[in-house]
Design a protein around this ligand. Structure first.
Ligand SMILES: Nc1ncnc2c1ncn2[C@@H]1O[C@H](COP(=O)(O)OP(=O)(O)OP(=O)(O)O)[C@@H](O)[C@H]1O
Ligand SMILES: [Mg+2]
Length: 382
C-alpha cells in the first residue's frame, strides 16, 4: 500500500490535511491539461555513464581500491532527461542544448529523445559532449568515484549561435524550463534572452562539484518559478545558519520571484508562493535506489503545474511525486510518465490518515478547456 512507503506518521498526517484542501482529481487535471502547453527546455546535455564494478579489494602495491568492471550502462541525462519527463505530459516540446563537437554522441542522444521533442543542437568546439562517468560497486550500488569530461564555456561565436537559436525559438513557447547545470552553456547573454523573452520561466541553477560557488540563482534577474535545493539557497545567500524560510524570502526579493520550491532530498520540499506563504511537503517514498536526476524530475513536473497557476502546495506535491519516481529508478531508465504519476498520486490520496478508501480516481480525459497560464511576466528589461 502506498501509505506504507510514506514516512510514518508525518506522511499520513500530511496526506490527511492535504486531502482536506485538494483531491487527486484536481492534481491530475493539472497533469492532464499540460497537453495544452508548448514547452521549451534549455540546458546542457549530460551523458550519465554507469560503470558497474566488483570490488576486488586493496591493490597489492598501493593504498588503492581495485575494481573489476562488469558492465556499462549509459543514460541520456541533464536536459535530455528533463525533456523526456516534460514530453510525457506536454503537448509540444522544444529543446535547445549544447553538445561537444569532438564526440557529440548525437545518434545515441537522438535515439533516447521522445518523438515529441524538436531538438536544436549548438556545438562546442574542442570538447566532447559532457560525460559524467560513475564507477559503481554493483553489490551495494555505492558510487565509488565520478569522473567528468567537461570543458569550459562556449566560445563567443558558439554563444552567438546559441543566442540566435534562443531568439528564434523562445517566442514560440508558452513555458521555458532552464535546467542550468553551470557547465558553460548558458552565459550571461543567453540568460538575458531567457529572462527577457520567456513567457513563463522556470529555472534551476544546479550546484555541483565542477561549478561550486560560481553558479547561483542570482545570475537570473527574473524567473517565475525557481527550484533549488536547500544547499543551493544557502550558497546563494552565503548563509548556513539562518532559517530556510527567511533565506527563501530574501532570494524571492532578490530576483523578484513570486514562487520558489526548495527541494530537500529525503525531507521532501518547502514551497513558497507570494500571497500563499509556505508549504512543507514530505517526501513520498523511503525506497531510494539512485538519487541521480531527482531534482530534474521535480523541476519538470513542478514547472508544468506552476505555469498553470496551480497553488504552490500542489506544485510541490507533483514535484515530490516525480522525485519519488526518480529515486526509485536507476539513472534515467524511465521518465516520470503520465500513467505512472497518475497511479502514484491516486494511491497517495486514497491512503489518507485513517486509511479510508476515497472514491476511485480515474485518469481524467481532457475537458476541452484550455489551461489558464500565468499572466505573461511584465517585460523584463535587461
Ligand atoms: N532520499 C530521498 N528520499 C525520498 N525522496 C527523495 C530523496 N531524495 C530526493 N527525493 C525526492 O526528489 C526531490 C528532489 O530531490 P533533491 O532535493 O535531492 O534534488 P537534487 O539534489 O537537485 O537532485 P539532483 O541530483 O537531480 O540534482 C525531493 O524533493 C524529494 O521529493
Ligand atoms: Mg539538482
Amino acid at each position: 500500500m502506498a501509505r506504507s512507503s510514506m514516512k510514518g506518521a508525518a506522511g499520513a498526517e500530511f496526506l490527511s490535511r492535504f486531502s482536506e484542501r485538494h483531491n487527486a482529481a484536481e492534481i491530475l487535471t493539472y497533469l492532464d491539461n499540460a497537453q495544452y502547453l508548448k514547452v521549451l527546455v534549455v540546458g546542457e546535455t549530460i551523458i550519465d555513464e554507469y560503470q558497474y564494478c566488483e570490488a576486488l579489494g586493496k591493490s597489492s602495491k598501493e593504498a588503492t581500491l581495485a575494481l573489476r568492471r562488469l558492465s556499462t550502462e549509459k543514460f541520456a541525462g541533464g536536459i535530455i532527461a528533463v525533456a523526456n519527463h516534460v514530453a510525457s505530459h506536454a503537448g509540444e516540446v522544444g529543446l535547445v542544448t549544447m553538445l561537444g563537437e569532438v564526440d557529440p554522441q548525437e545518434d545515441f542522444i537522438a535515439g533516447k529523445l521522445s518523438e515529441k521533442i524538436k531538438p536544436r543542437f549548438v556545438y562546442q568546439s574542442g570538447a566532447p559532449t559532457i560525460v559524467k562517468r560513475r564507477f559503481i560497486d554493483s553489490s551495494s550500488f555505492h558510487k565509488v568515484l565520478e569522473i567528468y569530461e567537461i570543458e569550459t564555456a562556449l566560445a563567443p561565436e558558439e554563444n552567438d549561435k546559441l543566442c540566435g537559436a534562443l531568439s528564434e525559438t523562445l517566442p514560440e513557447y508558452d513555458v521555458v524550463i532552464a535546467a542550468d547545470y553551470g557547465h558553460g552553456m548558458l552565459r550571461k547573454e543567453a540568460i538575458r534572452l531567457l529572462c527577457s523573452q520567456a513567457r513563463f520561466l522556470a529555472v534551476n541553477t544546479q550546484s555541483n562539484a565542477e561549478n561550486h560557488g560560481f553558479h547561483t540563482i542570482s545570475r537570473y534577474p527574473r524567473a517565475d518559478l525557481v527550484c533549488l535545493t536547500e544547499r543551493e539557497v544557502r550558497l546563494e545567500m552565503r548563509d548556513r545558519q539562518s532559517s530556510l524560510r527567511d533565506l527563501v524570502m530574501e532570494v524571492a526579493a532578490r530576483i523578484g520571484g513570486s514562487r520558489i520550491a526548495v527541494t530537500r532530498g529525503r525531507k521532501g520540499c518547502l514551497c513558497y508562493g507570494r500571497g500563499e506563504g509556505f508549504w512543507e511537503i514530505p517526501a513520498f517514498t523511503t525506497q531510494v535506489v539512485d538519487r541521480i536526476g531527482a531534482g530534474d524530475a521535480f523541476l519538470s513536473l513542478a514547472a508544468l503545474c506552476a505555469a498553470q497557476q496551480a497553488p504552490m502546495e500542489v506544485v510541490g506535491f507533483a514535484g515530490n511525486a516525480a522525485g519519488a519516481h526518480a529515486v526509485k529508478t536507476v539513472g534515467h531508465r524511465q521518465p516520470a510518465e503520465r500513467g505512472l504519476l497518475f497511479r502514484r498520486i491516486a494511491e497517495l490520496l486514497r491512503a489518507r490518515g485513517d486509511g479510508a478508501a476515497s472514491e476511485e480516481v480515474q485518469p481524467l480525459k481532457s475537458q476541452g478547456r484550455k489551461v489558464a497560464l500565468l499572466e505573461p511576466a511584465p517585460n523584463y528589461q535587461a
